[in-house]
Design a protein. Structure first.
Length: 181
């Protein structure tokens, strides 16, 4: 993208849904210096699946993630996942956040429930190292395998969830601002 469009190389974030979420995280693990933020929405932890055969057990949450970002500083991660996802088990969300945080020695703080109007409740857990948040886990009550807050007339969109697009934008913007400091 940076070769095709004039963009600030210091403000590049990745976001993906399902297999795209896993691909975004894997790209960040392989080239962490290129990205300031990563969002996984309903995906498996990077490195959990290596083939079509291993993808199905990974999606069910039956495969443990490998080592994530060994010896490198990874960009902050936002994980969004619904607890009613029948395609990619929600256990993958916590596994991704824990593996990402563990790569830097970050620990989970207390979880809090966020309620916004008539939207689905979200349980948020931040993984921090010395007051710096390295991974944020957002588990959405009642959300299936769909983009949270997405347009319901499209496949894989759930209008009742919190606005994942806004969450991604806000999260990424915070990381860009932190990088400037």
């Amino acid at each position: 993208m940076l070769l095709l469009y004039p963009a600030d190389r210091a403000r590049v974030a990745l976001a993906g849904l399902s297999a795209g979420a896993s691909m975004a995280a894997l790209l960040a693990c392989r080239e962490p210096a290129r990205f300031r933020a990563v969002t996984m929405h309903s995906g498996v932890p990077p490195g959990t699946a290596r083939s079509t055969v291993s993808a199905l057990p990974a999606m069910r949450g039956w495969r443990a993630p490998g080592t994530v970002g060994a010896g490198v500083a990874l960009p902050p991660l936002l994980v969004i996942h619904g607890d009613r996802d029948l395609v990619v088990d929600s256990a993958n969300a916590r596994a991704a956040a824990v593996a990402w945080a563990a790569s830097a020695g970050a620990l989970a703080g207390d979880s809090r429930v966020v309620r916004r109007g008539k939207r689905r409740d979200t349980t948020v857990t931040e993984f921090k190292l010395r007051r710096r948040t390295l991974a944020t886990l957002c588990e959405i009550d009642g959300l299936g395998h769909a983009w949270s807050g997405g347009d319901a007339k499209y496949p894989y969109g759930d209008v009742d969830g919190p606005d994942a697009s806004r969450m991604v934008w806000t999260f990424s913007s915070r990381q860009f601002a932190a990088a400037r400091r």
